[in-house]
Ligand binder design. Structure first.
Ligand code: 5GP
Ligand code: MN
Length: 324
């Protein structure tokens, strides 16, 4: 890994143009790591642009520099260096993929379980890290970046969001040490908690009502499933962004070892978010259907009806339970 970090440092120095990208439906770790890289690269005297497939979610619009994030069309193809953060597969870049593929060199900084050989000439991948922002917290100083208060706030946000505000099992000593140091460097945990978790648009609260109404239990309550249909989205005046976090509400049910939220914000495409407790590896289940993620938090997409998606995925989730 040290040689990879040295290679990234040289690649940044050598590149005349740098793009930074992350995954579709960006979360706090995606936006936080992208912005920390942007500000870090700029502090080294180089220019960079962050491009994302989607607009920055409303609840992350407190992050320093969020308004500088662009759509992929904003930059010409052919950057000297592309860096992708919090994503290890090209298919999750969405419309940012052509820009990343057209870069002369590619660096991957990620903590997801790789699905096959990861892309890129430089790979800084640590599946043991609770967040991509934790990898950056360690790495940025070694490439000469001083962690400013603004960078600290971006890194702390990625760590806080990927650990569910330090509640998930991935909250290890290294994570808490980093968080402590980032607060000392100017990170504001109270602001993150309020902006990310304690505020929701009315449409998101209305959508939660439908998710609770549509609850179904399988395997004697050990698998909890819910759905959000297009008409639910319409009635709640909601968009896909409003579904964020709803799977966690379903997963609270104390008998549930696995929770899965099926949603169809737009016709013909069913997005599934899955959560599990303990050792149940639902990333492996999602990979069977072209998705992926982490042991306890993963997702996949079906191009079918919600009913068919449930009929396909639930038996695989039950099999995962049975094999444990
Ligand atoms: P969420 O349910 O919050 O959208 O995603 C949970 C985790 O699974 C995140 O780490 C996310 O990056 C990952 N994930 C969700 N959907 C997919 C997918 O379709 N493919 C892959 N490789 N990872 C996914
Ligand atoms: Mn992450």
């Amino acid at each position: 890994v040290d040689s990879e970090i040295a290679a990234l440092r040289s690649a940044i120095q050598a590149a005349d143009s740098i793009i930074v990208a992350s995954h579709i439906n960006p979360d706090g770790d995606a936006v936080g790591s992208s912005l920390a890289l942007l500000m870090g690269i700029e502090s080294l005297g180089k220019k960079a642009t962050v491009i994302l497939n989607d607009p920055v979610p409303m609840n992350l619009r407190f992050l320093p520099g969020w308004e500088r994030i662009r759509g992929p069309e904003a930059v010409p193809l052919g950057a000297g260096l592309g860096i992708i953060a919090d994503v290890g597969v090209m298919s999750r870049l969405g419309r940012a993929r052509p820009s990343v593929e057209a870069a002369a060199h590619l660096c991957v900084i990620d903590h997801h379980e790789p699905d096959g050989a990861p892309p890129g000439d430089i790979r800084i991948i640590d599946t043991g890290a609770s967040a991509t922002c934790l990898i950056l917290y360690r790495m940025l100083p070694t490439i000469g970046v001083e962690i400013s208060p603004a960078i600290a706030q971006c890194l702390l946000t990625g760590i806080a969001t990927d650990t569910g505000s330090f509640r998930f099992r991935n909250t290890d000593p290294a994570t808490l040490d980093a968080a402590s140091h980032l607060v000392a460097l100017g990170g504001d945990l109270a602001q993150i908690n309020e902006e990310v978790w304690e505020k929701k648009p009315l449409s998101a609260v209305k959508l939660l009502r439908f998710a609770l109404d549509n609850l179904e239990l399988y395997a004697s309550g050990r698998v909890a499933v819910s759905r959000l249909t297009q008409s639910n989205y319409q009635e709640a005046s909601a968009s896909d962004e409003d579904s964020e976090g709803i799977v966690n509400e379903i997963s609270r049910i104390n008998t549930a070892q696995i929770a899965a939220m099926f949603r169809e914000p737009k016709p013909g495409r069913v997005r599934v978010s899955v959560r599990s407790r303990g050792e149940l590896d639902i990333a492996a289940v999602c990979r069977q259907f072209g998705g992926g993620g982490h042991v306890n938090a993963a997702g996949c997409t079906f191009e079918s009806s919600i009913d068919d998606a449930i009929r396909t995925l639930v038996p695989a989730l039950e099999a995962c339970l049975a094999s444990s």
